[in-house]
Design a protein around this ligand. Structure first.
Ligand SMILES: [Zn+2]
Ligand SMILES: [Zn+2]
Ligand SMILES: [Zn+2]
Length: 481
């Protein structure tokens, strides 16, 4: 390496860049597509000379459900502007050479410090989880708004990079749904930017507009000017006035040559001639063919949607550090075989009292965290979510005793109270439950692999149950292998 003031202090070995106490990883196109092993690095330097590769890797990081990945500082090197909004808006800076790494150390540390302010308590629905993740990212980067960018790869024609990377391009309409939801929850407020028209059957915005014959629906038609010859009053299509020899127009009725538009003749309108059914008509119909689902509909039936710039409200700005409290909490309460959160806590208090007076009794609480369940629920869709959760509860029920009880406060977090079970037995039971759930999902949902963590602990007889549960939950949700 050349010797410059800084370079002597940057060590480079096997894609690892060390500078002072910072460890960066140089991710190159031949580094493969896996990112799991990069969790421990302070930042990533991404070789960005290939736009597709850069987009794929950025998407992998930013769409990850673990903050260790989605909040990771990522710098691009060898980047030539591609105009791709996904790339342009999801990195933390551009490097021309490694010499600039020392200049970025402050940024890396600052991002890290801000990431420690974030509230990590798991709560709520898919929408809450996704929005929380995005607000966390915005908090660490001190961003205050979402802007839409025109993008050919988006099914609706516009992309909100931070949100959109969590979906496939054809799922872009779901991004608009999430934004509607966040607006309703008063996390963001809209500023009109543009309007799009979407297919009323699949929601896509890639539409082909055509002028159509009103009697046979064919787009094979010819439009021409209509001519009104003043001296004789004749009205007819311009082709009737033309000849094959020169450009002079002659009236087919009175044979006079037409002289000056506005003086002896006029073009009052346009006339259309269908070349398929021969119909002649003045007004055509405009139809839009959806290039995604092939539905052909009258433009009046398209769904019009505002594309807004969204700014964070005060609630939105505070959400990263204090969590999101939604107006529509729960939805998981009435799952068959499970009890709601309040009932669960009440029962735990009784259980605590019971074992306090009977020292031979053991009760274990178990917390099961399904880290990537929202990736699965997103594939299932809202309508099948409940049925799936119910099935999950039944599967757990089959492996515990009828006196035990279960609470699902959100789909990613399952709490189980195992009465008269010592912690070591409970751990074995949880292993079994874990394997069964994994197997059921793998077999029924196209080999989907759930990422699950669990912990068990003997129920404390001292102190508040809520506090113990909170600590156990924290330990499980922050456990990543
Ligand atoms: Zn026709
Ligand atoms: Zn005439
Ligand atoms: Zn469609």
């Amino acid at each position: 390496m050349e010797t410059t003031k800084h370079k002597s202090r940057i060590e480079f070995d096997n894609n690892v860049l060390n500078y002072e106490n910072q460890h960066l990883y140089l991710f190159e196109s031949f580094s493969g597509l896996k990112i799991d092993h990069l969790v421990g690095y302070d930042a990533i330097v991404l070789e960005a000379n290939d736009a597709d590769f850069t987009r794929i890797i950025l998407k992998k990081f930013r769409s990850h459900s673990n903050p260790e990945f989605y909040l990771k500082p990522i710098f691009l090197i060898n980047y030539k502007s591609s105009g791709d909004p996904i790339i342009e808006h999801l990195h933390d800076g551009i490097l021309v050479s490694f010499d600039q790494i020392p200049e970025k150390v402050n940024d890396i540390q600052e991002l890290f410090v801000r990431s420690t302010h974030i509230d990590n308590s798991p709560s709520g629905s898919f929408e809450v989880l996704l929005m929380k993740k995005i607000l966390n990212y915005m908090y660490t980067r001190e961003l205050r708004s979402f802007k839409p960018y025109p993008n050919l790869n988006s099914a609706v024609g516009f992309t909100y990079p931070l949100l959109s990377i969590n979906f496939e391009p054809f799922e872009e309409t779901k991004v608009l749904e999430i934004l509607d939801w966040a607006q309703k929850e008063n996390l963001i407020w809209p500023d009109f930017y543009d309007r799009v028209y979407l297919c009323n059957s699949c929601g896509a915005g890639h539409l082909s507009y055509r002028e159509i014959c009103p009697s046979c629906d064919s787009a094979n038609m010819k439009s021409e000017d209509l001519i009104h010859h003043f001296p004789c009053g004749n009205i007819g299509p311009i082709s009737d006035f033309k000849n094959k020899v020169d450009s002079v127009l002659n009236c087919p009725k009175c044979n006079k040559a037409l002289r000056h538009i506005g003086v002896d003749y006029d073009k009052p309108s346009i006339i259309n001639h269908c070349l398929t059914c021969n119909e002649v008509f003045q007004d055509y119909i405009v139809k839009a063919l959806c290039l995604q689902c092939k539905t052909d509909s009258d433009v009046q039936y398209l769904v019009s949607k505002n594309i807004n710039v969204y700014r964070l409200t005060k609630k939105g700005r505070n959400a990263a550090t204090s969590g999101i409290i939604t107006s529509e909490y729960g939805g998981m309460e009435e799952v068959f075989g499970a009890v709601d959160h309040k009932t669960f806590n009440t029962m735990m208090h009784y259980e605590q009292e019971r074992i306090k007076h009977n020292t031979s009794q053991n009760t274990t609480i178990a917390v099961l965290h399904i880290e990537n369940i929202y990736d699965l629920l997103r594939k299932l869709g809202k309508s099948k979510e409940k049925a799936f959760i119910t099935e999950l509860v039944q599967l757990i029920r089959e492996n515990i005793t009828p006196a035990d009880f279960i609470n699902i406060s959100n789909p990613s977090l399952i709490l189980i109270c195992m009465n008269d079970t010592v912690s070591t037995d409970a751990l074995q039971l949880m292993q079994k439950v874990n394997d069964k759930i994994e197997e059921m999902v793998f077999n029924n949902f196209n080999k989907f692999q759930l990422v699950m963590h669990y912990k068990t602990a003997p129920l404390n007889t001292e102190g508040a149950f809520e506090k113990q549960l909170q600590e156990l939950t924290k330990a499980v949700t922050e456990q990543h292998d």
